[in-house]
Design a protein around this ligand. Structure first.
Ligand code: NAD
Ligand code: USQ
Length: 413
């Protein structure tokens, strides 16, 4: 199969491109390297030393014998070039990771809010319009988010995979309808994913595009069997206050003896998946596309749910690093339940990697190994959701003295 991996230089896209290449597919990465540019803007680097993309691709060819092509293209602004690429390559499948994906970055300033909407909505729409214009009948797999459902909307009722059956009262009795689950985004970034959903529904109905939307939870972990083959293939590991996701941040913090930065009570329950399972799920979705004319197929791409404070406790017990409860810079419920259906992936053969298997390995082999690269000034989240909420400075001064970073990193025990 010829697969285009849009956003193939990113945290999820890079290991997916390698995995699909390793499985015998012809892979072309399309990326505008904007994520690397945002690192420069935020003056932060991945905890793991990621190599330039040309070097990554050269090393992959040396270690696997397989070639991955790269096209530097901005999906949001270079529509005509995208049309040319689709016309020339005639892909069998397209995986779409290419969006600005950090909620805190999307809430940072009016500029980053606008950039996130412009980049994400235009990228997705350009892709759909270009597929129709070029008659590209590829299976399209998009990386969406669990955050489209919101948290706590349905209490302890399980979140279905994308659609909800509702009853509409009429004078002749109730009509049963299946509708997209109501959207309840918690950030401008999450809002873009709810806009994507509507575009997918429209293009699947109007143009018979075959679309799968993966509502993925928070990805943790770093390496896959492919990225671990050579240090120059290492995957990125974001730890900063904007791009670092919660569990990877706790692992990095434990490795340097920084108190674990729990926002608020830590009662927020979220869904998680290991990066190794992300790449497998994408392949499963590619191999099981919906039929032309069907509505977009939605999979909940999650394997476990945890409360943030329970994750912190788990990491703290493993490493001896204390937990610090900071004022929550976000606007979110202090406590929520989250029960998620993920029957589809399990039925199609996914065998999940659980926290209990992978956590110690990540602590010792990744976070501890690269701890000298941490910039302490980048750890606390600086983006706040509304004017008047605790500022970065407030957050920093709230950190109790006894919880400040220690010189000696804690060893995993
Ligand atoms: P990432 O930022 O590491 O990678 C995204 C890649 O897309 C980057 O390499 C970036 O340069 C590229 N890109 C962005 N805009 C582009 C454009 N206009 N044109 C071309 N390339 C562009 O993000 P990630 O963590 O790999 O996430 C990938 C996808 O998965 C995102 O859509 C994200 O919303 C989704 N997702 C991620 C997580 C997670 O925990 N990381 C969880 C759920 C869903
Ligand atoms: N949190 C802390 N301490 C921290 C960092 C985060 O308590 O140091 C809390 C946050 O307040 C939030 C939760 O942990 O309640 C999750 O935050 P996160 O940054 O790990 O995840 P989120 O902002 O939701 O975004 C990430 C990815 C995004 C993806 C989403 C999946 O960046 O691309 O869509 O996870 S989901 O959360 O399921 O919507």
């Amino acid at each position: 199969m010829h697969v285009l991996v849009l956003g193939g230089d990113g945290f999820c896209g890079w290991p997916t491109a390698l995995y699909l290449s390793d499985r015998g597919n012809d892979v072309t990465i399309i990326d505008n390297l904007s994520r690397r540019a945002i690192d420069i803007e935020l003056e932060v680097e991945s905890l793991t030393p990621i190599r330039p993309l040309s070097e990554r691709l050269r090393v992959w060819k040396e270690t696997s014998g397989r070639q991955i092509e790269f096209i530097n293209l901005d999906l949001a602004t270079e529509y005509d070039r995208l049309v040319d690429v689709l016309t020339r390559l005639r892909p069998d499948a397209i995986v779409h990771f290419a969006e600005q994906r950090a909620a805190p970055y999307s809430m940072r300033t009016p500029r980053t809010k606008r950039y996130t909407i412009d980049n994400n909505a235009r990228s997705t729409h350009n892709l759909l319009a270009a597929m129709v214009a070029t008659g590209t009948d590829a299976a399209l797999v998009h990386l969406g988010t669990m955050g489209v459902y919101g948290y706590g909307w349905s209490g302890s009722a399980p979140i279905p995979e994308g659609y909800l059956t509702v009853k509409v009262p009429t004078p002749d009795g109730d009509l049963e309808r299946e509708i997209l689950h109501p959207a309840n985004p918690g950030s401008v970034y999450h809002l873009t994913k709810t806009i994507d959903q509507l575009m997918f529904a429209f293009y699947a109905a109007n143009d018979q595009l075959r679309i799968t939307d993966l509502h993925q939870g928070i990805v943790w972990g770093t390496q896959t069997p492919q990225t671990i083959r050579d240090e120059r293939l290492v995957n990125r590991f974001d730890y900063d206050g904007d791009y670092g996701t919660v569990l990877n941040r706790f692992l990095m913090q434990a490795a340097i003896g920084h108190p674990l930065t729990v926002h608020g009570t830590g009662g927020q329950t979220r869904a998680f998946i290991h990066i190794r399972d992300t790449v497998r799920c994408v392949e499963i979705a590619l191999l099981n596309p919906p039929a032309a004319g069907s509505k977009p197929m939605v999979f909940n791409q999650v394997t476990e749910t945890y409360r943030v404070r329970d994750l912190a406790k788990l990491v703290s017990n493993l490493t001896g690093v204390p937990v610090a409860n900071l004022p929550n810079p976000r606007r979110e419920d202090e406590e929520n339940d989250l029960v998620v259906r993920n029957d589809r992936f399990l039925a199609l053969g996914l065998e999940p990697t659980t926290l209990s298997e992978g956590l110690l390995d990540e602590c010792t082999h990744v976070a501890a190994r690269y701890r000298d690269r941490v910039d302490l000034g980048k750890i606390v989240c600086r983006s706040v959701w509304r004017a008047g909420m605790a500022t970065a400075e407030d957050l920093l001064t709230e950190l109790p003295d006894e919880s400040r970073p220690v010189a000696e990193p804690a060893a995993a025990n």
